[in-house]
Design a protein. Structure first.
Length: 307
């Protein structure tokens, strides 16, 4: 699990603790119906967020991602609803279960770029639960000065949430596809520094059921020679769907068969090396995986960013 997934899951844990504390402290000023609404809103959105995240991370293993997402949603709903009574607990449990299940199925079906956008949306909705604790309690009997203070609270919350989203989440998203140009040049590439259109060579090594590097950046319309170097004692491959102009360089990579579908496919036996040359033609975030049964689920997944 990389930095991005860890950051989002820790954020959900912190949010669950915050909502649990707010529920406990404000249960006397929140009506049962309001408590049910808060619990349902929070557990559903946290289940969707975790589901989409884990569904994308564990693509190919829908059962595991569904179970983990349901557990996260159910626990969050239970902790939030326990302060508001039995009915709210049941509401939270079922909403978390439903959100986790739907999120995992959605994460299984989308690509990496779409996953980041949906996680961002559902995470924002999850954070917005905090505003319900400010909006729901009855303010009619408070003095004018208290009302002014109450109006200031949402502004302060909005500033904190905006900082979190634009600084923290954006940084975590960038970690998905950021490999510094210097390290890419020193360790895995051989390229001319002056022109974007010059050819670049990238070596991806496979060892211990992992790609190294698993994230790197390419330039649009920049010719690339991609080398798959298998250092394991079992066979591996690399499959990447990316708009490109493709030129096969090695006899064992099936490039000709898949070129019309913008598919790059390299297959290397134990201790073998295969390569292919292509030129990416569209910007975006593209996932590459090992299609050997069980290898993707073991962590053989990577990302290419085309700028």
């Amino acid at each position: 699990m990389d930095y991005y997934q860890t950051f989002i899951l820790i954020s959900l844990l912190v949010l669950t603790l915050i909502i649990t504390i707010l529920s406990s402290k404000m249960k006397n000023v929140i009506t049962p119906m309001q408590g049910m609404s808060i619990t349902m809103f929070f557990s559903m959105n946290i289940g969707l967020t975790a589901g989409v995240l884990l569904g994308g991370y564990l693509q190919g293993n829908l059962f595991q991602s569904t179970i983990l997402s349901i557990v996260i949603g159910v626990i969050a709903g239970l902790l939030c609803g326990i302060s508001f009574g039995t009915i709210s607990c049941l509401e939270g449990i079922m909403s978390g279960l439903m959100g986790g299940m739907m999120g995992a199925m959605l994460g299984e079906m989308i690509n990496g770029e779409q996953l980041i956008q949906l996680v961002r949306l559902f995470l924002l909705l999850t954070i917005s639960t905090i505003f319900l604790f400010v909006i729901f309690p009855n303010k009619h009997n408070q003095k004018t000065i208290n009302n002014k203070i109450w109006l200031f609270k949402p502004l302060l919350l909005a500033m904190i949430i905006s900082f979190y989203l634009f600084v923290g989440v954006s940084y975590a998203e960038n970690k998905v596809n950021l490999v510094s140009n210097s390290s890419l040049h020193n360790e895995h590439t051989q390229s001319k520094p002056s022109e974007v259109d010059d050819s670049i060579e990238i070596i991806i090594k496979t060892a211990d059921m992992k790609y190294s590097p698993s994230n790197f950046i390419l330039g649009k319309n920049q010719p690339v020679t991609l080398i798959l170097k298998n250092e394991d004692n079992i066979e591996h491959d690399l499959e990447l769907k990316i708009p490109n102009t493709n030129k096969m360089e090695s006899g064992d990579n099936h490039g000709n068969q898949l070129n019309q579908e913008n598919m790059i496919h390299l297959h290397a036996g134990p201790k073998e090396e295969q390569l292919i040359s292509f030129t990416p033609t569209e910007s975006g975030l593209y996932e590459f995986v090992c299609t050997i049964p069980g290898h993707k689920e073991s962590g053989m997944v990577g990302w290419i960013t085309v700028n």
